[in-house]
Design a protein around this ligand. Structure first.
Ligand code: NAP
Ligand code: MG
Length: 537
């Protein structure tokens, strides 16, 4: 059984005695100043998964608040779009530095709100710093005016311009409360947009901290607004008022966001669920693959859209892999401490615990074998679940195709690589995959045949995710659009083509009859086709 450590105290951060909130009231008040409300609102309690105690409460915002927030962001946006690019990138540079300097504050908040171990919370801090630095460096180039081929070589001067969309709406999930609240907002702001963020109900304080720090980094007053409360209440008014919507969350809600955006003819970007597969080929290094599988299956207790829930292992090495993997999983240190040392944290909410419990119980009842784990770990914390490895899984089990979003993974064997690829692709989802092999060329060949947005060879998820110059997103039901790279900032712009014609009109040469004009243009078209270099004149 996986080990656990008690909630140890560290000098700077400790899980306090019951009764006193680990989030000081003064800090909560300060952060709440960043929520846009038009009047008195009902409150929603925010609880800490490690203990289920109340951390504080946030306003249950309304449609009226969304309208006010979008209006304020819009009012600030015009001047921001005219602010020189070097001043805009300076905000992101300062943000990068501040996030790293002040990480201890937010590591506590992430742990408290999401229930993950500190090492997993740190991945979010690193992610935000990486994305801020990346767009500060490359963002201006991705959206700079660009010369394009003109209609007539030498005569038409054509440029592509990128304008900000206006105000972008962001609806974020709870599983990566810092990363998901802010990493998509950064490129949108850099491109000259205003923004309105709706964090998940369960993790608002981390998002508010992230927003506060952006203002400290120099963001102009009002440009980034926050509304807290229920997605089911705030989603529609937000989509109705913004010029683009970025949603990260479940496929079910994502579909509805996409439909509403479609009716308004605004763009949307949807980062949704996954049922990600890892393929361990017969020539993989077993120790590396086991280490990778542990990291890939149990990051943030499996509550990661790109984490691995299906392991496919080549017959020839399946016994050895399984034995070592199960041993490594049993060695994981479960911990609710607000300090480094823990390796597996809590589930983030009671509803997550219910889903995980239901999936595992259903699989067991239908004949799956539990190799390790298989139940809650209330001895560590009320919402902890043991890291669980299942085998003998069949397609009638709920967890066969549905996302569990917990510390649960299934192992299946495969005969040959074609069989493994076919089974990995047999899913409505297509977010991430991982391939382990001693032969990089073989890894790339398998990767190309997997129907997913990112593939990591000899890594679980971090290599592709942290390659922030490359696009990230889902095939099939895993989403629409991409974050990161040039795609991750260009989507927040409206493209405009400006073509300036000199000397001669494109359509009709003055003084020529219609048939002479047609013959002249025919000759010109043939010439341009024969000498492609002319196009660039
Ligand atoms: P969810 O219910 O879809 O919630 C995500 C966000 O949408 C929350 O802020 C939620 O607000 C809001 N929301 C809920 N109902 C809404 C509605 N009708 N209209 C507009 N917004 C609404 O997702 P979840 O189940 O909590 O989160 C886990 C899912 O997110 C998993 O499926 C996971 O794979 C996916 N995810 C994907 C990525 C990615 O990058 N692809 C990253 C992280 C998570 P409330 O908090 O008020 O409900
Ligand atoms: Mg939900």
């Amino acid at each position: 059984m996986a080990r656990s450590v008690a909630a140890t105290s560290s000098a700077t951060s400790a899980v306090p005695a019951a009764g006193s909130s680990p989030l000081p009231a003064a800090v909560a008040e300060r952060l709440l100043a960043h929520v846009t409300v038009a009047g008195e609102r009902d409150r929603i309690d925010v609880t800490a998964p490690f203990t289920e105690e109340v951390l504080g409460s946030v306003p249950s915002c309304t449609a009226e608040d969304v309208e006010l927030a979008v209006g304020r962001a819009r009012a600030a946006q015009g001047a921001w779009a005219r602010t020189p690019m070097r001043d805009r990138t300076a905000v992101l540079r300062r943000y990068h530095d501040l996030v790293l300097e002040r990480q201890d504050e937010v590591l506590d908040l992430i742990q408290l709100e999401a229930g993950k171990v500190r090492a997993h919370a740190f991945e979010e801090v690193a992610d935000v710093a990486i994305v801020a630095a990346y767009y500060a460096r490359t963002g201006p180039g991705h959206i700079a005016p660009r010369r394009r081929e003109g209609a007539l070589p030498g005569l038409t001067r054509t440029r592509e311009l990128r304008h900000p969309k206006g105000v972008v709406g962001f609806i974020a999930p709870w599983n990566y409360p810092l990363s998901m609240a802010v990493t998509d907002v950064l490129p949108a702001l850099l491109a000259g947009n205003g923004a309105v963020l709706k964090p998940a109900q369960t993790t608002p304080f981390t998002a508010l901290w992230a927003v506060e720090l952006l203002y400290e980094a120099g963001l102009p007053e009002g440009l980034l607004q926050v509304v807290t409360g229920r997605g089911s209440v705030l989603g529609t008014p937000m989509i109705d008022a913004v010029d683009f919507i970025t949603f990260t969350g479940s496929t079910e809600v994502g579909r509805s966001v996409g439909e509403q955006a479609g009716r308004r003819l605004i763009g949307c970007s949807l980062e949704l669920g996954g049922k990600n597969a890892m393929l361990v080929l017969d020539d993989a290094d077993l120790d590396d693959a086991v280490r990778g599988a542990v990291a890939g299956c149990f990051a943030s207790a499996g509550q990661l859209c790109i984490s691995i829930e299906r392991l496919f292992v080549a017959d020839a090495i399946a016994d050895g892999f399984t034995e070592r993997f199960v041993a490594a999983v049993e060695d994981l240190v479960l911990s609710p401490a607000l300090a480094y040392g823990g390796e597996l944290g809590s589930l983030a909410s009671r509803s997550q615990l219910e889903t995980v419990t239901r999936h595992v119980d259903d699989a067991r009842a239908k004949g799956a074998t539990v190799l390790t784990g298989g139940g809650p770990r209330e001895d560590v914390g009320p919402l902890f679940y043991a890291p669980t490895v299942l085998t003998d899984v069949t397609d009638d089990m709920e967890l066969f195709g549905d996302e569990t979003f917990g510390p649960v993974v299934t192992i299946s064997r495969f005969r040959d690589v074609d069989d493994a690829i076919e089974r990995a692709n047999d899913s409505p989802y297509g977010l991430n995959a991982s391939v382990w092999t001693g032969d990089v060329r073989r890894g790339r060949d398998v990767a190309r045949r997997l129907q997913v947005g990112t593939v990591n060879v000899n890594e679980a998820y971090a290599a592709a995710w942290a390659s922030v110059d490359a696009p990230m997103g889902g095939f099939k039901d895993s989403g629409l659009g991409r974050r990161h790279g040039r795609e991750g900032i260009q989507k927040y712009t409206e493209v405009q083509t400006v073509a300036v014609e000199r000397f001669l009109p494109v359509s009709r040469i003055p003084g020529l009859s219609q048939d002479r004009n047609a013959r002249t243009l025919t000759a010109a078209l043939k010439l341009m086709h024969a000498i492609p270099g002319l196009r660039r004149a």
